[in-house]
Design a protein around this ligand. Structure first.
Ligand code: AKG
Ligand code: FE2
Length: 221
């Protein structure tokens, strides 16, 4: 692991979450948003509470059929790869999620289709990631504020054993339950309220099980 990253570890929570504010510049953020919104409509998968796009293929238990990653997106995957956090693996899949201001994602674990490390770049808005115990009570462990342009890296016990989710809210209050305020770019005060805007997140991961067949070959048949 890259020692430069140690100062970005969120303390006093189960290991390990890294929070890096300003991982991308405002220009890069706009570049990502422009590309995400210039795809043809069928590239989006609409769920009831968010929309998403898969890049690199669609993860599947029998193996992911690999699709080429567009060059604009490869730039940001390389930026994450250059942190040397994936060891001998490299990211090969990106899930783009779009959340309107009152949308979120139910508490979940990412499951066995992915290597146990996830990295997420936030664009367009902050959001509040909630970490919960993975039991019937689903007690809250903590909140992590994800500012736009930040990168968050989840791995180890907190990735495997706990649930993460985003509540459906139009605004978030700064509270003492947020564990990364000291690592954030901005200085916030307890009680301050942040209005959510539309947020586009890039979740960059390594999918271990891939099929060597390419989608373009399938389509030719
Ligand atoms: O949008 C995010 O930051 C979280 C996305 C997520 O948890 C997932 O796609 O599994
Ligand atoms: Fe997730």
């Amino acid at each position: 692991m890259n020692t430069q990253l140690e100062k970005h570890i969120i303390k006093n929570i189960p290991p390990t979450v890294y929070y890096i504010p300003d991982f991308i510049t405002p220009e890069e953020e706009q570049h990502i948003l422009k590309n995400v919104y210039s795809v043809p409509k069928p590239k989006w998968t609409s769920l009831s509470h968010r929309r998403l796009q898969d890049y690199g293929g669609v993860p599947h238990k029998n193996g992911m059929i690999v699709e080429d990653i567009p060059s604009w997106l490869q730039v940001y995957m390389d930026k994450v790869t250059n942190l040397n956090i994936f060891g001998d693996k490299s990211p090969n899949h990106v899930l783009v999620n779009e959340y309107l201001s009152n949308q979120g994602i139910m508490p979940h674990t990412d499951g066995p289709l992915f290597h146990s490390m996830v990295t997420t770049i936030s664009c367009g808005s902050h959001t509040m990631l909630e970490i919960l115990e993975n039991n019937d009570k689903r007690e809250k462990v903590c909140d992590i504020l994800l500012e736009n342009r930040s990168l968050v890296i989840f791995t180890d016990k907190i990735y495997i054993k706990y649930l993460h989710g985003i509540r459906e809210m139009e605004r978030d209050e700064i509270t003492g339950e947020i564990v990364n305020l000291d690592l954030c770019k901005e200085k916030y005060e307890i009680g301050q309220v942040l209005e959510r805007q539309t947020r586009v997140s890039l979740t960059i991961r390594h999918v271990p099980k891939v099929l060597k067949i390419k989608l373009c070959n399938l389509q030719k048949r």
